[in-house]
Write a protein that binds this ligand. Structure first.
Ligand SMILES: NC(=O)c1ccc[n+]([C@@H]2O[C@H](COP(=O)([O-])OP(=O)(O)OC[C@H]3O[C@@H](n4cnc5c(N)ncnc54)[C@H](OP(=O)(O)O)[C@@H]3O)[C@@H](O)[C@H]2O)c1
Length: 347
C-alpha cells in the first residue's frame, strides 16, 4: 500500500453519540521515519469509550488523527532494538500506518512495547494482556483488595474490562455478580466466564434482581456504567464496602454540562458515609509504572493455565471504524472491541 489511510476528527462533537459528520477520511502520503523513529503498519486498532470523552472534551482537536492504541508491525526502523517485522503495542491511532519514536507526540504512557507473539495472540495486547487487563486488575485488586467470600459486583460485565474483573475476582475466591444488557451477554457471563450470577439492566426491576443475586449484600462494586446500575447497587452496599469508579459510560453522551463524576459522587455520598465505603476513582495510567510488569506476567500465566478466558469483538476494515465506535458506546459490541486494519500474520 502506498498511501496512509486515516480518520481525522472533523469537529468537536456537539452532543450525544458519534455521528458520521464527526469524522473525516483522508488518504495521505506514506510517512518516512526520521532519526529515532520507526514506521509500522496497524494490525489491530483498539476502540475504547475514553476516546469519546477525549473528543467531546476537546483533548483531541479537529484536524488531528483520532487517537487509539494499536497492535502494529514494524516496516522500517531507525530505532536501535526495533527491527523490521517486530510486533508492537503502540499508539498509531485511527490510521493504517504510523510513526513512533522521537518527536512523535502521542497520548501514550510508554515507548512502543515489543510483543512476543508466542505468549498469546497479538490482539490480546490491546485487551486482556494490556491496558484493559491492567485496568481491571488495578481497580479490583490494588484499589479494592478483595477477600475470599466477599461479593463483587461489576457492571458492563461482558465488556472488555468487565469480563476480566469478574474472572480475577473468581480466582480470588469471591462471589461474583455481573450486570449486563442483552440476555445473550448475561448467559455468556455466567456460562462461559463462570460468574455466579448476572442480571440485566434492561429488565423491569434491576434493584430487585440485583438484591436477589446478592443475598449477603455487596462488598465491592466495580463501576463501569453509572446511572441506574449505580442507583441499584447503592441499596445493597455493605459496611466497609469498596467501590472503584473505573468509568461511567451511561453518562458519556450526556449534554447537561455537569461533571459526571461529581453527579455520581453526590448521588452516592449519603450511603458512602453511612456505610463507611472506600471510594476510589481509577486512572489506569497511574498503575503502569508500579504494576504493569507484574500484572502482565501474572495474566500470561492465567491465560496459559486456562484460568482466564476472553471474548473479542473484532470488526473488519479501518473504513468502518466510526460505525463500530458508535456501536460499542451503545452496547452493540460483544466483548473487547477492536478493528482489524490489516492482516495478522500470526493467524
Ligand atoms: N479508568 C480507566 O483508566 C479506564 C480504562 C479503560 C476503561 N475504562 C472504562 O471502563 C468501562 C468499560 O470499558 P470497555 O472498554 O471495557 O468497554 P465495553 O464494556 O467493552 O463496552 C461498553 C459497554 O458498556 C455498556 N453500556 C453502554 N451504555 C450503557 C448504559 N447506558 N447502561 C448500561 N450499560 C451501558 C454496554 O454493555 P451492555 O450491553 O452490557 O449494557 C457496552 O457493551 C468504560 O466506562 C470505560 O470508560 C476506564
Amino acid at each position: 500500500m502506498t498511501v496512509n489511510q486515516q480518520w481525522l476528527l472533523a469537529r468537536t462533537p456537539p452532543e450525544g453519540l458519534p455521528l458520521a459528520a464527526d469524522f473525516e477520511w483522508r488518504e495521505s502520503a506514506m510517512p518516512d521515519p526520521g532519526p529515532g523513529q520507526l514506521l509500522s503498519r496497524t494490525i489491530y486498532l483498539s476502540l475504547d469509550p475514553y476516546q469519546w470523552g477525549r473528543r467531546r472534551g476537546g483533548l483531541e482537536q479537529p484536524g488531528e488523527i483520532c487517537h487509539g492504541r494499536t497492535v502494529a508491525q514494524v516496516l522500517k526502523s531507525n530505532v536501535p532494538g526495533y527491527d523490521e517485522g517486530d510486533f508492537l503495542f503502540n499508539t498509531n491511532g485511527w490510521q493504517s500506518h504510523g510513526l513512533s519514536g522521537e518527536g512523535i507526540s502521542v497520548f501514550t504512557y510508554m515507548f512502543p512495547r515489543k510483543l512476543d507473539p508466542g505468549v498469546a495472540p497479538l490482539s490480546t495486547a490491546i485487551g486482556v494482556l494490556g491496558m484493559l487487563g491492567l485496568t481491571a486488575y488495578s481497580g479490583l485488586v490494588v484499589q479494592c483488595q478483595p477477600k475470599a467470600g466477599e461479593t463483587v459486583v461489576v457492571s458492563a460485565a461482558s465488556g472488555g474490562v468487565g469480563q476480566v474483573v469478574g474472572q480475577i475476582a473468581k480466582i480470588l475466591g469471591c462471589r461474583v455478580v455481573g450486570i449486563a444488557g442483552r440476555e445473550e451477554k448475561c448467559a455468556f457471563v455466567t456460562n462461559e466466564l463462570g460468574f455466579d450470577a448476572c442480571v440485566s439492566h434492561l429488565g423491569d426491576d434491576l434493584p430487585g434482581a440485583l438484591g436477589a443475586a446478592c443475598p449477603d449484600g455487596i462488598d465491592i462494586y466495580y463501576e463501569n456504567v453509572g446511572g441506574k446500575c449505580f442507583e441499584a447497587v447503592l441499596q445493597y452496599l455493605n459496611r466497609n464496602s469498596r467501590i472503584t469508579r473505573c468509568g461511567l459510560i451511561s453518562q458519556y453522551s450526556n449534554i447537561d454540562g455537569r461533571d459526571a463524576a461529581e453527579v455520581w459522587l453526590e448521588a452516592g455520598q449519603a450511603v458512602f458515609e453511612k456505610q463507611n465505603c472506600g471510594v476510589f476513582p481509577l486512572a489506569v495510567g497511574k498503575f503502569v509504572a508500579d504494576h504493569q510488569d507484574a500484572f502482565l506476567g501474572q495474566m500470561a500465566e492465567w491465560l496459559r493455565d486456562g484460568k482466564v478466558t476472553y471474548l473479542e469483538d473484532i470488526r473488519a476494515g479501518l473504513e468502518n471504524t466510526p460505525a463500530a465506535f458508535r456501536a460499542m458506546l451503545e452496547g452493540g459490541n460483544f466483548g473487547k472491541t477492536m478493528m482489524q486494519v490489516s492482516d495478522d500474520p500470526m493467524k
